[in-house]
Design a protein around this ligand. Structure first.
Ligand code: NAD
Ligand code: DAU
Length: 339
């Protein structure tokens, strides 16, 4: 029997990287192709443990380069495309939106076109709950798959645009697709520009932690391993054309998250510093994951078990995040914050 070929775009990044590891281990009978252009967020050292494994392959390419992507698809004839590659940081989209359109919008369209031309079995588009905009603080309100798209940042607007293109390729050309919309992830190899890894790395270095505004904005946190198992399920069992929200009912204010980390590491809350708010800062995200639960998915981590695992991972893997924060990232941080 021929092996199934699975293309994972953005597999050198945080979630795509965890997904590549998950797939290589769980499906030795599949060939896993990690396609990534290795931007500031891409890093292959996380795959040292699998780089000699027979069913793992790496392709260095920009998803928005039509002339490169089409021949790659013609050559490999992938069965599945699991599309993670993106510019993913909201703050960077506020200071430099153009690259978000290049990768998130044009890049997705190029992949859709290539997938249509070779006739893939399924295109799974990894989107985000941010396409729904924001909720108020009423704890009984949730994003469902029927919530209208109302993105507020250049990042979420670019992701919503890509979602619409995916739906258009399904309706117009009959491309088999699923769209997943997950809440905030955390876990191993999370780039230290995002709230949780930024907080852990700064606390460990006894540096101040910048909290935007009053710290009362709410995010709904999911451990990245649970996101991986959800995508595995959608990829194999998701109904063609459907959208699935992914979340584990772990709503926390940013202040609660930061205080939990500071306390777990035995440091003082005086490290917390309130700074200027993010422009257009969404108040609250909260996912209703019941549609995916009906497909048989449930998360394995609570926020408490997940954050403990994550903090321990950052303690054990200091070399990885220290190498990142000492590079280009340092000047990004200085530009972004005045602390
Ligand atoms: P990330 O920034 O950590 O990784 C993105 C990866 O994409 C990097 O390896 C980068 O090199 C690669 N990439 C960027 N531009 C590319 C291009 N033009 N061509 C090829 N590769 C390119 O992102 P992440 O946090 O792992 O997010 C992955 C996906 O999941 C994104 O689509 C994001 O919108 C979505 N998502 C993220 C979260 C979250 O909390 N991080 C939650 C829900 C959904
Ligand atoms: O909801 C899913 C989204 O979650 C993904 O689509 C995005 O790719 C991912 O980056 C994430 O977006 P957020 O903007 O919610 O994540 P971030 O870690 O940047 O911020 C989380 C919250 O913490 C947000 O309310 C802003 C706040 N924050 C963030 C940083 C970096 C701070 O208060 N201080 C900070 O320094």
């Amino acid at each position: 029997m021929t092996k199934k070929k699975v293309l994972v775009t953005g597999g050198a990044g945080f979630i795509g990287g965890n997904f590549v590891q998950y797939m290589v281990e769980k499906y030795p009978n599949y060939d896993i192709y990690n396609l990534d252009s290795l931007t500031y967020a891409g890093d292959l050292t996380k795959h040292r443990n699998i780089e000699t494994i027979e069913n793992y392959h790496f392709i260095n390419a920009d998803i928005a380069n039509h002339d490169v992507i089409i021949p790659i698809f013609e050559n490999y004839k992938f069965d599945y495309v699991i599309h993670f590659a993106a510019e993913s940081h909201v703050d960077r989209s506020i200071s430099d939106p153009g690259v978000f359109i290049h990768t998130n919008v044009l890049g997705t369209q190029v992949l859709l076109e290539a997938s249509r031309q070779v006739g893939v079995t399924k295109f799974v588009h990894v989107s985000t709950d941010e396409v729904y905009g924001e909720l108020d603080f009423d704890p009984t309100s949730y994003f469902t798959e029927d919530t209208p798209l109302q993105p507020n940042s250049p990042y979420s607007a670019s992701k919503a645009s890509s979602d619409l293109l995916v739906q258009a390729y399904h309706e117009t050309y009959g491309l088999p697709i699923n769209i997943t919309r997950c809440s905030n992830n955390y876990g191993p190899y999370h780039f230290p520009e995002k709230l949780i890894p930024l907080t852990i790395s700064r606390v460990l270095n006894n540096q101040n932690i910048p909290i935007y505004g009053d710290g009362k904005n709410v995010r709904d946190w999911l451990h990245v391993f649970d996101h991986c198992s959800a995508i595995d399920l959608v990829m194999h069992d998701g109904r063609n054309g459907e959208v699935y929200n992914i979340g584990g009912h772990n709503e926390k204010t940013n202040l609660e998250v930061v205080k939990t980390i500071v306390r777990s590491l035995g440091k003082s809350e005086s490290l917390i510093e309130f700074v200027k708010d993010r422009l257009g800062h969404d108040k609250r995200y909260a996912i209703d994951p019941s549609k995916l639960a009906q497909l048989g998915w449930k998360p394995t981590y609570t926020f408490e078990t997940g954050i403990a695992q994550t903090i321990q991972w950052y303690l054990d893997n200091k070399e990885w995040w220290e190498q990142i924060i000492s590079g280009e990232y340092q000047s990004y941080f200085e530009k972004q914050y005045s602390i």
